[in-house]
Design a protein around this ligand. Structure first.
Ligand SMILES: Cc1ncc(COP(=O)(O)O)c(C=O)c1O
Length: 367
């Protein structure tokens, strides 16, 4: 089976993990500090705060932005649930807003309607590794003083108008989960150029203690700390980020070329001034295609190609969110796209033969 993801762990990762194991300092220590400095450098931000997941990085971000009980936060329903759940963890109110079908990100037309003077923050998601349209989003949010928490969990290394993901919102959040573009197994990191935000996040990830005064609890916090063991892996992975992203882009370019002109099969476009990192290469199998999306998925898997459907149902149609009053028809683009999308294996661990196998199978099914 050609997998949808493959963790690539090399000698450097093992060497650095061994260094940590031999150091006697397994939890948060010098490797976490080194990762925070290196990662902030990669993103072009002044600070980075390492956490034990992308979810906790997002939660730290919301806390730092001051989201609390009853605050309204606007985001997309076409994402992983970890984008919106931290809003609820902060006792805030999730207000979903529809997407546009090309880049699968927040529709700025819909956002104009969704953002009001009651909005505390917006969480744009850089879905599949393609940044949202931040200039257009800021035209809506800046005049109202609404802050942006960039969910860059899938987008490490991508750029928008020359700026790197993680620096596009007031705060950025990344995941190093085992299937992401760089991995630590579980892990995450928050980025920002505002010291006030990074100080708040450091406190929040450490039970409300400031790093300067231990055992003084200033506010509710959690144990969201990253271990040096994880940071060691991330440091080695970061050295390979450019190579990984180039391989993903090269595989995507082969798919773009091979799938030109197939009726009803839409390949993912890239916005001008964006560098995509293809966490996923997601096509749409529309009604005009010779095969239905679900049949396509089943046959690809039968043929040994591990395709993924991200996401089969938008968040507002799940029980937990329906109970907040959402229903079918609320976000028609997200609802349609969730029935059309399929992600093909595009990761850097694919051999040339495997890329060709993916192409041959798509061409055989979607004529
Ligand atoms: C868009 C998005 N947001 C948030 C997360 C949460 O990250 P994690 O699984 O590391 O908590 C993920 C990844 O799983 C994600 O893809």
């Amino acid at each position: 089976m050609i997998g949808i993801a493959k963790p690539l762990v090399g000698d450097k990762e093992k060497e650095l993990v061994n260094e940590v194991l031999n150091s006697g300092m397994l939890a948060q220590g010098p490797k976490v500090k080194a990762l925070e400095e290196t990662f902030a450098g990669v993103c072009g931000t002044s600070h980075a705060v390492a956490t034990n997941s992308g979810t906790s990085a997002l939660h730290c971000g919301l806390y730092a932005l001051g989201v609390k009980c009853c605050d309204e936060v606007v985001t997309t329903p076409f994402t992983f649930v970890a984008t919106s759940n931290p809003v609820i963890m902060q006792q805030g109110k999730v207000k979903f807003c529809d997407i546009e079908e090309d880049y699968f990100n927040l529709s700025t037309d819909a956002l104009k309607e969704a953002v009001t003077e009651n909005t505390k923050a917006v969480i744009p998601v850089d879905l599949y590794g393609h940044p949202s349209d931040y200039d257009e989003i800021r035209k809506i949010t800046d005049p109202l003083g609404v802050t942006l928490l960039e969910d860059a969990c899938q987008a490490v290394g991508s750029t928008y108008k020359g700026k790197v993901a993680g620096s596009l919102g007031d705060i950025g959040a990344f995941s190093f989960y085992a299937t992401k573009n760089i991995i630590t197994g579980e892990g995450g990191i928050m980025t920002t150029s505002k010291e006030e935000y990074s100080d708040a996040a450091r406190m929040f990830r450490h039970h409300g203690q400031s790093e300067k005064t231990r055992y003084e609890y200033h506010d509710l916090g959690y144990n969201y700390r990253m271990m040096d063991l994880q940071a060691a892996i991330a440091l080695a992975q970061l050295e390979r980020l450019e190579d990984f992203s180039n391989k993903r882009r090269a595989n995507a370019a082969k798919f773009d070329e091979a799938f030109k002109g197939i009726d009803g099969l839409v390949t993912p476009p890239v916005m001008q001034d964006v560098v995509h990192v293809y966490h996923q290469y997601t096509i749409r199998i529309t009604e005009q295609c010779s095969i239905a999306r679900d049949d396509f998925v089943a046959k690809m898997r039968e043929n040994g190609v591990g395709v993924g459907v991200y996401y089969p149902k938008p968040l507002h149609l799940h029980k937990f969110y329906r109970e907040m009053g959402y229903k079918e028809g609320d976000f028609p683009v997200a609802e349609r796209v969730s029935k059309e999308c399929v992600s093909l294996p595009v990761h850097p661990g694919l051999s040339e033969e495997e890329v060709q196998t993916v192409i041959d199978n798509v061409l055989a099914l979607a004529k």
